[in-house]
Design a binder for this molecule. Sequence first.
Ligand code: ARG
Length: 411
Amino acid sequence: VPKRLAIRAAQLIDGTGAAPLRDAVVLVEGERITAVGSGLPIPAGTELIDLGGATLTPGLIDCHTHISGESGDYYQKLVRESAIDAAVRAHVYAGRTLMAGFTSIRNLGAEDFIDIALKKAIDDGSVAGPRIDAAGHGIGATGGHADLTGTSPYLHIDGFSGVADGVEAVRLKVREQVKYGAGVIKMVATAGVLSEEDSVGAPQYTQEEMNALVDEAHRWDRKVAAHAHGTEGIKMAIKAGVDSIEHGSFIDDEGIRLMKQHGTWLVADIYNDDYILAEFGRLNYPQKILDKERLVGRTQRENFRKAAKAGVKIAYGTDAGVYPHGWNGKQMAKMVEWGLTPMQAIVSATGSAAELLGWQKTVGRIAPGLYADLIAVSGDPLRDVSEFEHIAFVMKGGVVYKQGGQVLPRA
Ligand code: ARG
């Protein structure tokens, strides 16, 4: 018989934006939620987990991670590490992410299908980590943000394998990601910050290439996340029909209007700037990259506020891996600083994030029938959303991973 559990807490936020429930009880059978209510009686034979004055929320969802890597010395990483180094470390990052209350992630780019291998290991119970919607390789143009630029042509440092040019090649690249298990497709629509192109934001695909990529991905029933900083590239990606704009730094009024018209989600990594400016000089990043970050940081935050105010759909995504995995909750406070209410920030990381992934029937809300992915913080996050930087309790699929702020040993 599946295990029956009851979780009780002073307050429950269900992920839909509805007013919080007091004196909440969640009943769980096996890996699913069976009932949610205020003051529900605890049925006989049910183990009670009493979280006292804590607030329960759905497990959080980060819609933009790079779970196979973490920032380090720029040149050391380039010449002394390969995808194998990344693969042996990835499970540690997955564990930290889960213990930070993130029970699902959308991984937007990894070397050599590490994210897909990790997903399999987590799904079969070998590794403790979040559910993963994995992209495999990010797909982008030669010399662009998904490629390595600036290395010596004679050094033969392997770039990433998501490079594709021309409509036929991008279609093939999409099919390859799907073939090896990608649940989502990442398109690099414009130049980036943490790569050596001169521009931050110039389009890196033609409209035809973007159209072909999105058409192909959608044909295989995969959503497309577009890395896009630049004003023009953002609009091209929206017109191509992507499901989300990642970063969105230099979006203008027309871009905001287009996003609303197309129902495109904005996933803006607005915590990142603080970490990059504080640490990346020390990590020997080229001056050019630091300069590009200074160009992006504040504008991205101002435009995030503008877009949110205009009613663009917002989903939570942080670009974890640029900053240390496990700090995923830090962006909550940034989002409130830049225009969201605490409840809106919570919904962006729960109900809305699940919708963007197409996983709304299984995660992102506390409701009967969904996976019992539940977390708790000890204070009231509606007063202070930085509560999400200290997670007291983590349950994923009915299994408790963290309780009383302590990571439980795994049987
Ligand atoms: N991966 C992104 C890029 O290299 C990170 C951008 C970080 N900066 C920011 N302000 N969000 O383009």
